[in-house]
Design a protein around this ligand. Structure first.
Ligand code: SF4
Length: 467
């Protein structure tokens, strides 16, 4: 799980989300009272932050990039793993020291007592996606600005912490699975899908505001709509079902990159692959597999059957040869034997996934896996982690070599005095590789250019633009 940190004291790193906040704060000068905001945690939490920020802006507050200027600071916390809890508690402490008036929200907010024990002086605590409560707490401590329709211009796409050319689109909350290493269902509850018309309206607004890439996220994207029993809604004058395929079809009509994250290899996912082959969705699937040994998967209480997963991946690649698959795995899960770890390595060799992340298992407070026997020593976890990464590095290098000579659209993320850095369809922001375009200093973030791949290494590509 990636950690996105926004430090409101920092004003110099222009490519970071801070720049977005700073610019928006500047254009809104004089519009009302000032609020500082710190967002911790995964992209899903970032989307929650965006919703709160959008609402603050709508009401006429200014979002400022420093503790000093703020009348109050909101910290949106993460509580996924112990190190994230620690980071959240440290950040709350810092905000209290620097500013004094602090509201806490987000995943760690579900554990009010734990926060109060360390920081009894916080003004208020709310759990995840409690947008309305956060706003109510803000109103109690900082007077609501008088609305002025001429200066309270809310950017149509809301306030983005991500660069303005890509955006996360969160389609549901919660999760129906009960993986033994995870506490998200106990923190966030069962799956609740957002109405499809609401999701599509948001997507349309984002595209109209210049977003070139939509990153679809949820705890289980393939389960979208299951809780609503495919409820029919109306969008653009047409009936649309609240389910995974309808969502893919409709997003595929928006004419921007659509990247699917956190998809499980269920049979109905097959139906989305032709949309990828037709260029309507990016041929990219992020599938968190976590392991390949059936016994370990059972201990993890993971959905799916690994043999069928391999067959499914092969079938998908036949339908869409360009398909890039990203996955994450856990090594050193309690009880993992050397043979079971080798099963995982054999799976990697067979599946030849393009992008792979690996975590060493670590217990999370409240997770049922903590009670499993045969916990693995740190030395063994470390050793397995390195063997895993070594193998995957070789596979990744091989896969990337096959891209040399091909021509791709590259979406530019950054430009500096040495050139431009972007990504092709195979690279999700923050987690995958990059495409370097040396000497291309005239491009701008958000540009899409055609380029020929000229070199590769284990993770990244180099390319030259073509006319
Ligand atoms: S699928 Fe498993 S790991 Fe993912 S959120 Fe649900 S319970 Fe947690």
């Amino acid at each position: 799980m990636s950690v996105n940190t926004f430090d409101p004291k920092q004003t110099t790193t222009l490519e970071t989300p801070v720049k977005t906040i700073t610019k928006q704060a500047e254009t809104a000068k004089g519009t009302g009272h000032k609020i500082g905001f710190v967002s911790l945690g995964c992209p899903k939490n970032l989307v929650d932050s965006e919703r709160i920020l959008t609402q603050l802006r709508t009401e006429g507050y200014e979002v400022v990039p420093s503790y000093d200027d703020a009348e109050l600071v909101i910290v949106n916390t993460c509580g996924f793993i112990d190190s994230a809890v620690e980071e959240s508690l440290d950040t709350i402490g810092e905000a209290l020291k620097e500013n004094g008036k602090v509201l806490v929200t987000g995943c760690l907010g579900a554990k009010e007592d734990e926060i109060k024990e360390v920081h009894p002086n916080v003004l208020g605590i709310t759990g995840p996606h409690a947008y309305q409560n956060v706003l109510e707490q803000v109103h109690q401590h900082v007077e609501k600005p008088k609305h002025n329709p001429f200066i309270n211009l809310v950017p149509d796409q809301g306030i983005k912490l991500t660069p303005k050319h890509y955006a996360y689109l969160k389609i549901s909350e919660g999760c129906n699975h009960r993986c033994s290493f995870c506490i998200i269902p106990s923190m966030r509850g069962d799956l609740v899908s957002r109405p499809i018309d609401e999701v599509l309206n948001e997507a349309k607004r984002l595209v109209a505001a210049g977003v070139k890439e939509l990153l679809v996220i949820s705890q289980d994207t393939s389960a979208y709509g299951v809780d609503t029993k495919n409820k029919t809604a109306f969008w653009d004058g047409m009936p649309v079902k609240t389910n995974f395929l309808s969502l893919c079809e409709q997003l595929g009509k928006l004419g921007v990159w659509v990247r699917l994250h956190y998809v499980y290899p269920y049979p109905h996912v097959d139906d989305a692959i032709p949309l990828m082959a037709q260029g309507k969705l990016l041929p990219y699937l992020d599938i968190p597999l976590q392991h390949a040994s059936p016994r370990i998967l059972k201990l993890m209480k993971r959905p799916g059957n690994i043999d069928r997963t391999i067959q499914r991946i092969q079938k998908w690649r036949e339908t869409c040869p360009e398909l890039v698959i990203r996955s994450t795995f856990i090594v050193g899960f309690p009880g993992e034997t050397e043979e079971e770890f080798e099963e995982l390595l054999a799976f990697l060799k067979q599946a030849k996934l393009d992008r792979v992340g690996c975590f060493k298992y670590s217990p999370v407070e409240g997770a049922t896996a903590n009670d499993l026997p045969d916990q693995i020593s740190e030395e063994v976890k470390e050793e397995r982690f390195h063997r895993f990464m070594q193998l995957q590095q070789e596979i990744s290098e091989e896969r990337l070599k096959t891209r040399v000579g091909k021509i791709y659209d590259i979406l530019i993320d950054e430009v500096d005095e040495e050139g431009a850095i972007g990504r092709c369809f195979a690279d999700a922001p923050e987690i995958d590789g990059l495409v370097y375009l040396n000497y291309e200093t005239q491009l701008n973030p958000g540009d899409v250019v055609k380029a020929k791949i000229i070199a590769s290494d284990e993770y990244d590509l180099w390319a030259e633009t073509i006319n």
